[in-house]
Design a protein. Sequence first.
Length: 182
Amino acid sequence: MLTRRPDDLGEWLADGAAFDAAGAAVLCLGLAPQPELDPLALTAALAAVTFRSLLVTSLPAPEGPAVDRTLATIEQLSHGRLRILADAIPSGPLAGLALRLGVFRRIPGDPEVFEHVRGPDEAQRWVSVPAPDSRAAWRQTTLDAAGHGFGGLLVPAGPRLLDILRNPGDQGGRHDLQLAQG
C-alpha cells in the first residue's frame, strides 16, 4: 500500500517504481480517496513508470463518461494491470467494466480482508498486515497467510519492506550497504 498522502509526487512515483521492480504483485494507491488529488491521474502516472504490478485505485465521484474514458486510457497504459478498489462490486453502468478490470473489495465484517474479484467465478482473498520487523517475521507472515488460504498480503510500503523484497534471501551482513572509511 503506497503512502496515502504523497507529499512529493516525484518521490511517490519513484517509490512505486522501486516496489514494482522489487517484485511487488500489487501497488495499492491508498484505501481512502483524497479530495485534493485525482486517484486516476496518480494511477495513470504510476502506470507509466511501472511494468509488472497490478495497480489498484479508487474511483472518484461522480462517475460518468469522462471516468469511463479515463479508465480505458489507464487500462491501455497499464497493459491490463488496472484494478478498482471498492467497498462492493459496482452496479449499474460500471458493473461490467469493474468485472472486466477486476475489483479489490473489502470483505464486510472483516476490515483487514479483501477479495480480488476478476470475473464471476474468480476470486482470491488478500489480508492487510503490518510492515515486517525482519526477514524472519516476513517469512512467517507469508507462511501464516498461505496457511490460512490468503493469496496475497497488503502491506504498508516502507524502506524495510522494499529491502526485504529486493534481497529476500539475505540473512544479514548487508555488504552492499557498508561505507568505505579512510
